[in-house]
Design a protein around this ligand. Structure first.
Ligand code: FDA
Length: 299
């Protein structure tokens, strides 16, 4: 199936946007800010929290990076003004990490100051491995000034458990996910069972300490195993939440988690870069093609 996915993905990039749109549409909450805010309001009305992501990564110059930061600032203010239950999620290469580390760090600090005034949380997404160390450095610096900033940790990376130990502080907020990039076997676990084992270890390490764990996965078996561990350990509900990507059909599991009064956050991406972003992600992880097709036929 992987081979067919790869051929299909390579073929996809030569097709017009109107053809690719059905593949991206279920996962992207529109192009304009008003559209994403409306989606967040609908999610809130259904009892979900949200986190808003402006699609994109790797800007060409500092002006572009600043424009992205300004767009996030506008979203932060709108979240406050409209009383929405939402945080934001940012990719640091979208704010110039690839161009200039210090510039990006300063921009992130500015964003944190604005988020602090509006009391809106921020999570820093994790990107591919050349950026891991610098992303954690910026996260650490931001977390010293703003208590509602978190980062993402990828369970497929061998280094993650050491990173977790070195990050451990009293207001640690970490979103644990499996990891989406195609990393080299020398640094990343490739076996699904082993990734899941590490995922659980990371979540348990956070919760055995003082941190807050965002459990970001659609793997129902993994969710159930973690839920069982949490119940056995009697972990307080204000120490963790479950998180899913917008558009991934998870209704049954989410309803069951909701019935236990767990917090559930939906990650909602939007923006004009949906096409480039979708193609890049599909190329990176052709498995998504089979998820999308499976979901289309499930409906
Ligand atoms: P797995 O890949 O085993 O999928 C389990 C099942 O979920 C599949 O069988 C399928 O049915 C369904 N599914 C999963 N993904 C789907 C999709 N895209 N479309 C349709 N169905 C899908 N990664 C990263 O490297 N850096 C990051 O910052 C983030 N941030 C992030 C935030 C949040 C809230 C989530 C949920 C995920 C991320 N990820 C991420 C992505 C993550 O690393 C991982 O690639 C995906 O979540 C898929 O892995 P699962 O844990 O869902 O398991």
């Amino acid at each position: 199936m992987n081979f067919i996915n790869t051929i299909f993905t390579n073929f996809l990039q030569f097709l017009p946007k109107w053809f690719v749109k059905p593949f991206a549409k279920p996962y992207v909450a529109g192009i304009k800010t008003e559209e994403v805010l409306k989606t967040v309001k609908d999610l809130n009305d259904q009892g979900f929290s949200a986190t808003i992501d402006i699609l994109g990564e790797f800007v060409n110059n500092k002006e572009e990076a600043r424009t992205v930061k300004d767009q996030y600032s506008q979203i932060i203010r709108a979240i406050k003004e409209k009383g929405l239950d939402s945080t934001i999620s940012v990719k640091l290469t979208h704010m110039g990490l690839d161009l200039d580390f210090t510039f990006c760090k300063n921009l992130m600090n500015e964003l944190c100051q604005e988020a602090k005034i509006c009391d809106v949380g921020i999570t820093i997404d994790m990107e591919n491995s050349p950026y891991t160390s610098n992303i954690y450095k910026i996260y650490k610096s931001a977390a010293e000034k703003f208590e509602k900033v978190g980062a993402v940790m990828q369970a497929y990376l061998h280094r993650s458990i050491d990173d977790l130990k070195s990050l451990n502080n009293s207001n640690l907020i970490l979103r644990i996910c499996k990891g989406i990039y195609n990393e080299d076997p020398s640094i990343a676990i490739k076996n699904k069972k082993e990734i899941n084992k590490n995922f659980k270890l990371l979540v348990q390490t956070i919760l055995d300490g003082d941190g807050y764990a965002c459990i970001a996965t659609h793997d129902i078996k993994l969710i159930n195993e973690i839920d069982e561990w949490i119940s056995d350990k009697n972990i307080s509900k204000d120490r963790f939440e479950f998180q899913v990507l917008y558009g991934v059909p998870m209704a049954k599991t989410l309803n069951s988690l909701k019935s236990k009064e767990y917090k559930i956050t939906v990650y909602v991406p939007f923006g004009s870069s949906w096409y480039d972003y979708s193609i890049r992600r599909l190329k990176e992880n052709p498995k998504i093609i089979s998820y999308v097709l499976k979901n289309i036929f499930k409906k």
